[in-house]
Design a protein around this ligand. Structure first.
Ligand code: ADP
Length: 638
């Protein structure tokens, strides 16, 4: 019997399959099972209008059988089967398949993904069997036909099709598993536990039962008794035909059937998380794009977040068949802590991460999902603030990074989710801050430091608080960038109480202050000289009430940014320094002492200058330049 040749493009794909450039070989089972499930769908559909089919819904099934000695895996279905012509057309040609079409479309595009030439990146349906098998035999009988067909191929050199016997309608795909190599133990696929695990992983929600023989140990009474008169047992391996897939996935069931608690139990099992999720989103979308989703915001940050090992938690299904785990292109990075499942019947099985980015439907789904997640989080914020605060403690950093990323394109979407400390135990949104502002207040004041206590203790806070204005206390340099990106809230600008003009002074006040600076120029220059190089300027402060001095900056780099740069990996960034300004409180007795000393004892005045600078550094939460000298100077005061 002469061999028929594959069409050229099929041959190429087969070559790739056989030479196994595709690393994720295990998906072959998913592909074969999906075909079986589709074939059953077709016959089941036909039976609605054709009484001759003679099968009940409960009769349909997919069987997996392993013959270790013969090294074969057989996947059988009682679906619609194929005629001889269909077997030739469907199994001998690949041009129709989604992956080939995609590759063809991408061929002429300039911005094609780099590894587009590696067709093995895609799901490839039936041919994927050749990744693990050196010979594939298909025995099939089409519904309505009396005769079966045997299709057989050992790879790229062609295939044969011959008539054969098959008792019932349906299809067997018999894969003869390749011999083991140094790199790949193909024989592992002949282990029942391995196949079961693959069914669970990829095909758990195929709606027809997938049955296979599973071996397990069972305890039997031997009939004898031990010395205490208790029955003796022996253990034997027993083989039992089991349905290994769960079939109906939780997200396909209606809300009335599945409670939120059921969903939470599903989440905990799937993610091996003992903690309840802090938010749950259930979606059943119908319309332009249909999909079902169950999504969870975990109760705790994944310890692997930011280590590069954090895998996005959304798994993509198409009609209950898993097509991608860790689908990281569905939602933006700022929501990559969200876990769960999205199932859309409109998606092709042959999807890859590369295609995903170009897929309009997925983009619509992603956008939709993001909106629903945000709404759920806003609801949590309204209804359970403590829980929201906990969420923000865990995941706030994702939201903040999301605001700053890509030059702030997503800032408006994320703005309302941000909260900041306004006192030790209260966090508020920017909107709430603005709503609480008295009429007279023109700006949103914020104070930045390493931690809340430091921020609240900044000497510049007094003046703002004394007017009854709230301050947002920022505790990370990222926070400053967030506000810098947002620029305003409801038309109110942000004001850094350390570096910015607080806006309290009239033009006259400013003029008077300027004159006072000029009057004291000699003293201020003296202090600058005494402190040395680290300081850009010394000025009289208009912000201080109780404290003798404070440290501020001028120019674009604040002290918090400087700390951030210094902790970072870039040597160039570590060179960046804020331009420091020492502000002195002219109403404070320390200033009086300084002035007197300058007139009578310049050495003493130098020391006072350095002490004041050291104090200002301490209060600003930056390292004192010379702690030894500073301690000595302070000790001398006694
Ligand atoms: P796809 O499923 O993406 O169309 P495949 O290469 O997996 O591509 O399969 C090609 C075709 O072969 C299927 O569309 C189907 O018509 C036919 N086929 C494959 N497996 C079976 C089966 N078990 N029963 C009936 N037809 C099948």
């Amino acid at each position: 019997m002469s061999k028929k040749q594959f069409k050229a493009e099929s041959k190429r794909l087969l070559d790739l399959m056989i030479n196994s450039i595709y690393t994720n070989k295990e998906i072959f089972l998913r592909e074969i099972i999906s075909n079986a499930s589709d074939a059953i769908d077709k016959l089941c559909y036909l039976s609605l209008t054709d009484d001759n089919v003679g099968l009940n819904r409960s009769d349909y099934k997919i069987d997996i059988a392993v013959d270790k000695e013969a090294r074969t895996i057989t996947v059988s279905d009682n679906g619609i089967g194929m005629s001889m012509e269909e077997a030739e057309n469907n199994l001998g040609v690949i041009a129709k398949s989604g992956s080939y079409k995609f590759k063809d479309e991408m061929k002429d595009k300039e911005d094609k993904p780099e590894d587009i030439s590696i067709i093995g990146q895609f799901g490839v349906g039936f041919y994927s069997a050749f990744m693990v098998a050196d010979e594939v035999t298909v025995i099939t009988r089409r519904y309505g036909s009396d005769e079966g067909v045997k299709w057989q191929s050992s790879g790229a050199d062609g295939y044969t099709v011959t008539p054969c016997e098959r008792e019932n309608v349906g299809t067997d795909v018999i894969m003869h598993i390749k011999p083991d190599t140094d790199d790949e133990i193909y024989g592992a696929y002949l282990e029942g536990w391995k196949l079961k695990a693959l069914v669970k992983k990829y095909s758990d929600y195929v709606r027809w039962p997938i049955n296979m023989d599973i071996e397990h140990q069972e305890r039997f009474e031997t009939g004898e008794k031990d010395e205490n008169g208790n029955p003796k047992y022996e253990y034997k391996m027993v083989t039992e035909n089991q349905t290994v897939n769960s079939m109906v996935p939780i997200w396909q069931r209606s809300k009335s059937e599945v409670t939120d608690d059921d969903c939470i139990a599903f989440y905990k099992e799937k993610n091996r998380d003992r903690k309840d999720p802090c938010a749950l989103v259930r979606i059943n979308a119908e319309g332009m794009v249909s999909y079902k989703a169950i999504l969870f915001v975990p109760g705790e940050e994944n310890p692997n977040a930011f280590t590069g090992e954090n895998k996005s938690g959304i798994t993509l299904y198409s009609n209950n068949v898993m097509i991608m785990e860790h689908c990281d292109k569905l939602v933006h990075e700022y929501f990559d802590f969200v876990k769960g499942v999205v199932d859309s019947p409109d998606l092709s099985l042959n999807i890859s991460r590369e295609i995903l980015q170009h897929d309009k439907q997925l983009q619509v789904i992603g956008k939709n999902i993001e909106k629903r997640i945000k709404d759920e989080l806003l609801k949590l914020m309204r209804e359970d603030r403590d829980k929201y605060n906990e969420f923000f403690r865990n995941f706030g950093i994702h939201i903040k990074c999301g605001v700053c990323d890509e030059y702030g394109v997503n800032k408006e979407f994320l703005r309302d989710l941000l909260i900041f400390f306004s006192s030790e135990d209260k966090q508020i949104t920017l909107k709430e801050y603005v709503e609480n502002m008295p009429e007279s207040q023109k700006a949103i004041y914020f104070a930045s430091a390493d931690n809340l206590k430091h921020a609240m203790a900044l000497p510049q806070c007094d003046e703002v608080r004394s007017r009854g204005y709230e301050i947002l206390y920022l505790t990370s340099p990222l926070d400053e960038m967030v506000l810098g990106t947002l620029m305003e809230q409801d038309g109110k600008p942000f004001c850094n109480i350390v570096t910015d003009d607080l806006g309290f002074d009239t033009e006259e006040d400013k003029k008077a202050a300027e004159e006072k600076n000029i009057e004291n120029k000699e003293l201020l220059d003296f202090v600058k000289e005494a402190v040395g190089d680290g300081l850009t300027k010394v000025t009289l402060s208009r912000k201080l009430t109780k404290m003798p001095c404070c440290l501020t900056t001028e120019g674009g780099i604040t002290l918090e940014m400087e700390k951030y740069f210094h902790a970072g990996p870039s040597a160039e960034m570590r060179q960046l320094k804020a331009d420091r300004v020492l502000e002195l409180n002219p109403e404070h007795k320390a200033f009086e002492a300084l002035r007197n000393a300058q007139a009578n004892d310049p050495e003493e005045a130098k020391k006072i200058s350095r002490v004041l600078y050291g104090l200002a550094e301490l209060m600003a939460g930056v390292e004192v330049e010379d702690p030894g000298e500073f301690t000595e100077l302070v000790s001398e005061l006694f």
